[in-house]
Ligand binder design. Structure first.
Ligand code: FAD
Length: 509
């Protein structure tokens, strides 16, 4: 019988060595399943984007002469679970071997390897040939260290892969890091870049998903769908980013604005995470733009740091810490998420914009995820596991290997500070400096107490006071605790009361 090869929904890389030439003895399997739509509640656009891209991938493989079995979500033969479908398909084809690409999520990795160990036919996993690093690299690099610093991993990868180095092998421009140049608010100029994503009408697919009973959140935007379907579209989007947005990426990387939901971010995370694009080509294109004088070094370095640095690094953390990492809750937080996480209906302008964009676009940029939504969640002591499931569901690019270290580690400090040297939190002053939301907000960014005080202010001080035992000793927090200690007991008590009152009415903030 033939060899069956499984292609997961985030393994849509037409350049994988599997597809070099069609083989009559190989059948590729693409399976749309409730198992994958239901492990958390996903954004409608995420389900549409992945299914549409899988269908397009199946079409492309067939057109190239490969044998393909695509099982649609409403196919009568669909058993809706991965292992039940594999059992049925192996019997159906009388398959003599089964192969899969190493999944990026622990959940699927465990399911497939457990299942494979019980099969009588030959089973074999191959690499997905996507990342710069192997699963175990970070664990090896950081063996014995208490803190896992991005910088360490990033510099090593720059050197190893010869990225942004000068003729002597030193970092281009004499520095590894240009973050200091990259912290400007956006004044509305230069104008927001053009959105170079495609447009598709996925109404029929969306009806099929709904009819199958899949529960989702957010707006489907099915009739005017903007996420890429395949590699060709993703490459066009990359071109548009390099030309229009990359030159300004660095300067406004940390900015927030009510006038632009994407600012100068690339919107490439979906294409990267489902492997339509390879990180090497994205990094090379950015470096080339610098070499050709089309983008400044600080912008290009800042962008490459995200992909060659953060993206590889969080993956390493994930594999070193799974299973178990998704349960981490070092600060003992347990407050349920307020209902407005699913509606955006809050008077806090920055949060309303960040959550509103998430629901409309299945996307929010990094600073919205980290310094608005994550910041509030951490200050308010929201349950990190509930929050993790929310992030894992709502974003178009959310897959656990990248979402969990970002949410639980970087954003919520739930791993006790493995990734982050200090909690990423701020009061209203930072949000006001980096963005323009405070101006039109119901709350007063300057007030710490009283009805109209911005909730971030009292919650900020209350957080550090509440977590004093765990956080006081941290070197990078010395200033915070010095300022807290300088306050009078009455001032501290007023902040405590304000924070308690704020949390008591969290549903109506
Ligand atoms: P750009 O700003 O244009 O950056 C370029 C690329 O760099 C991104 O496409 C992405 O591949 C990579 N990148 C940037 N920052 C990170 C990071 N911190 N970790 C890993 N890769 C990074 N990213 C995801 O891909 N999936 C997630 O589920 C996810 N969840 C997050 C949750 C929280 C709480 C936070 C704070 C961040 C999360 N991120 C996640 C990281 C980052 O916010 C997104 O990668 C980014 O916003 C995607 O938009 P973009 O493509 O426009 O990114």
């Amino acid at each position: 019988g033939p060899t069956l090869r499984l292609v997961l929904g985030d393994q849509l890389d037409p350049q994988h060595p599997w597809y070099r030439e069609p083989r009559p003895d190989v059948v590729y399997l693409l399976l749309e399943m409730r198992q994958e739509t239901d492990y958390v509640v996903h954004h409608a656009q995420k389900v549409i984007a992945i299914f549409a891209a899988m269908r397009d991938f199946a079409r492309q493989l067939k057109a190239a002469g490969h044998r393909v079995r695509h099982v649609a979500i409403d196919d009568a033969s669909n058993r809706q679970s991965l292992t039940a479908n594999l059992d049925a398909l192996i019997a159906h084809y009388g398959a003599s071997a089964f192969e899969w690409q190493l999944p990026d999520e622990w959940r699927l990795d465990a399911q497939l390897s457990d299942w494979a160990a019980r099969q009588a036919i030959a089973c074999r996993a191959v690499d997905s040939c996507h990342f710069y690093t192997a699963r175990g690299d970070a664990a090896e690099l950081f063996a014995g260290r208490k803190q896992w610093l991005l910088e360490h991993c990033y510099r090593q990868l720059r050197r190893r892969h010869g990225v942004l180095l000068d003729a002597d092998g030193n970092p281009e421009g004499g520095q590894w890091n240009f973050d200091a140049d990259n912290r400007q608010p956006w004044p509305g100029n230069p104008p927001e870049p053009v959105d170079s994503r495609p447009r598709h009408d996925h109404s029929a697919l969306w009806r099929q998903i709904e009819a199958a009973g899949v529960v989702t959140m957010g707006e489907s935007q099915a009739a005017e769908f903007r996420w890429p379907l395949n590699r060709a579209e993703a490459l066009q989007q990359l071109d548009g980013f390099i030309e229009h947005a990359l030159p300004h990426f660095g300067a406004y990387q940390d900015a927030l604005s009510g006038k632009s939901w994407r600012l100068f971010h690339s919107l490439l995370s979906f294409a990267l995470n489902v492997k339509m694009l390879n990180p090497r080509e994205v990094v090379q294109r950015a470096e080339q733009a610098y070499r050709q004088g089309r983008a400044p070094l600080a912008a290009v370095e800042g962008f490459i740091r995200q992909i060659l640095g953060w993206r590889e690094y969080v993956r390493g953390v994930y594999w070193a810490r799974m299973p178990g990492y998704t349960e981490s809750n070092a600060l003992g937080h347990d407050r349920p998420l307020p209902h407005w996480f699913w509606t955006g209906d809050t008077g806090m302008a920055c949060l309303s914009a960040a959550i509103g964009t998430s629901l409309r676009q299945a996307y929010a940029h990094h600073i919205q995820r980290l310094m608005v939504i994550g910041n509030f969640a951490l200050l308010a002591g929201l349950d990190p596991q509930q929050l993790h499931r929310w992030y894992l569901g709502i974003y178009i690019d959310a897959f656990e290997w990248v979402e969990a270290p970002n949410t639980l580690g970087m954003s919520q400090f739930a791993d006790g500070g493995l990734l982050a040297t200090k909690p990423y939190v701020s009061s209203a002053a930072y949000l006001d400096r980096m963005g323009d939301h405070c101006k039109g907000c119901r709350y007063d960014r300057k007030a710490k107490t009283g009805e109209r005080a911005c909730p971030f202010n009292a919650l900020y001080w209350d957080f550090f006071e509440r977590q004093s035992e765990r956080l006081r000793g941290k070197h990078r927090l010395a200033m915070v605790y010095k300022n807290l200690d300088k306050m009078t007991p009455a001032a501290r008590a007023a902040l405590r009361e304000q924070a308690a009152a704020t949390l008591a009415r969290i549903e109506t903030l």
